[in-house]
Write a protein that binds this ligand. Structure first.
Ligand SMILES: [Zn+2]
Length: 108
């Protein structure tokens, strides 16, 4: 997945379309992520004992990673991410860095 924790993303699809937020969790196995303030869901907790009140807990539900665009920290636009191999020193593995497809700046 090209998106990482603490990235700012813009939601491109769904009920939160147009909103943006910070990525707080990545779920690579399901290709989903959790974004602060996006896809707010409620969990109802039933009272365990009589006399106790049930609770409603708010949390951010996961959304599909394909429904978000990265907000580029350099040009502040929702962009697609490109991958560019960094020029590696001979004999060493080349690291990959993410680049903004719009302004061509490295994101990492
Ligand atoms: Zn950019």
């Amino acid at each position: 997945m090209k998106i990482k924790v603490n990235d700012k993303v813009k939601i491109a699809v769904g009920k939160d379309k147009g909103k943006s937020g910070k990525v707080v969790q990545i779920l690579p196995t399901s290709n989903q992520l959790v974004v602060e303030g996006i896809n707010i869901m409620y969990k109802h907790i039933r009272p365990r004992k009589s006399g106790e009140k049930g609770q409603r807990v708010q949390f951010n539900g996961p959304i599909s990673a394909s429904n978000v665009l990265l907000l580029c920290p350099k040009c502040s636009q929702p962009v697609k991410i490109g991958i560019k191999a960094k020029a590696g020193i001979e004999g060493k593995k080349t690291a990959k860095s993410r680049i903004c497809k719009k302004c061509k700046e490295a994101i990492d």
